[in-house]
Ligand binder design. Structure first.
Ligand SMILES: *Cc1c(COP(=O)(O)O)cnc(C)c1O
Length: 370
């Protein structure tokens, strides 16, 4: 095999083209077009929510979700250090303070015991972020939230179609978000959505998405928002993708299980956990953690030489220069996240990968460990 195998390739083999042509034929290409509402209600039906607000991307969805909660300066939000920067910057840009927790070494999701330890009188919310294929253990966190009267913001960007105890991810937060970037389980190119059951929060999110124009007097503004609208073109692709979600989820699990089988005897690699008592892994990405101090960067470079794309795991938020320069997280230590950053990487595992390509990747990897 001599072609390059990228870390992700999306699959758009349903009604995407047909619906896009409808947009072009009818001239509805902006956010005013009918596919936006269709996509919102179809997503809501899929994840058991009342209101969906389609936006420009997942990062925008987080900005809006956090702002809608109306946090005050000094309010604290507990969030994992092992995540994407979008989570932390949404909190900071809204004037609140991110308080970090480490993750679990097997599920890679936030450490629930540490969440309990980090609650103070200033804590107002917990941002749960489902990581790589397994959801956060939500029940104990929901209990803490109830006990201390905290809001839950749920980042389900990587978990579209996944469940926790048979309930859809994205149905657990006071406010939850999705991303539709091309490496997610369904894509709109760029795109995201906020979902909630709370009518007031939903209305606030709609305003924030649309520059806080007002219904009564359009150009009179009571608050600052963004233009984070999703176009009809994106939503058209989203509606088609959603029709394929169950198929995509099935394929994701096939990809993960094929890697599991092929790599099961390799000494020196920690494979992803297949399941917990609350979920079966969906392998949003197929992540591995190298043991015996083999550095992920080196293995990644060796895979690239053989035409295989890979990515290092998240670099923890407490070690980000941008935050350290702001005086945040200096001297904090989260050893599990630091270890994952050093030794974790993920293999090509997008929906477009073929079984033969997976076998090739596994072969190359096995040879690196012989
Ligand atoms: C992808 C992702 C996002 C951001 O989504 P974008 O659409 O790329 O802005 C947020 N959170 C998590 C956990 C993600 O994986």
């Amino acid at each position: 095999m001599n072609k390059f195998i990228p870390v992700n390739t999306p699959v758009l083999d349903g009604n995407e083209k047909k619906y896009l042509c409808e947009c072009i034929d009818t001239g509805w290409i902006s956010s005013e077009g009918p596919f936006v509402k269709l996509f919102e209600s179809a997503m809501c039906a899929k994840v058991n929510r009342k209101y969906g607000i389609a936006v420009a991307n997942g990062t925008a969805a987080l900005d809006i979700a956090v702002k809608a909660l109306n946090l005050k300066d000094g309010d604290e939000v507990i969030v994992p250090t092992f995540t994407i920067i979008s989570c932390i910057q949404a909190i900071i840009k809204n004037g609140a303070k991110p308080v970090l927790v480490d993750c679990n070494k097997d599920t890679w999701n936030m450490n629930v015991a540490q969440v309990a330890e980090k609650i103070t009188s200033k804590t107002k919310a917990i941002m749960i972020v489902h990581i790589y294929g397994l959801p956060v253990d939500i029940e104990p966190i929901a209990q803490l939230a109830k006990q201390h009267n905290l809001k839950i913001i749920e980042d389900a960007a990587e978990m579209i179609g996944q469940t926790y105890k048979n309930q859809p991810c994205g149905s657990f937060g006071d406010i939850s978000i999705f991303s539709f970037y091309p490496n997610k389980h369904i894509t709109t190119g760029e795109g995201g959505m906020v979902v909630t059951n709370n009518a007031q929060l939903a209305e606030k999110c709609c305003e924030l998405r649309n520059l806080c124009f007002q219904q009564k007097q359009r150009f009179l503004h009571e608050d600052l928002g963004w233009n984070y609208r999703m176009t009809n073109l994106q939503a058209a692709v989203g509606v088609a993708q959603l029709e394929s979600l169950d198929k995509h989820i099935k394929r994701k699990r096939e990809i993960g299980n094929l890697y599991n089988t092929l790599l099961k005897d390799v000494d020196g690699i920690q494979l992803p956990l297949k399941q917990t008592d609350y979920a079966e892994n969906v392998y949003w990405v197929y992540g591995i953690v190298l043991k015996n101090a083999k550095c992920a960067k080196k293995i990644s470079a060796q895979l690239a030489e053989k035409g295989i794309g890979s990515r290092p795991f998240f670099y923890p938020m407490h070690k980000q220069p941008v935050f350290n320069k702001m005086g945040l997280f200096n001297n904090e230590q989260y050893l599990v996240a630091e270890n994952l950053a050093e030794y974790g990487l993920y293999l090509p595992s997008g929906l477009g990968i073929s079984d033969d390509e997976i076998k090739y990747v596994a072969d190359v990897l096995i040879n690196l460990f012989l």
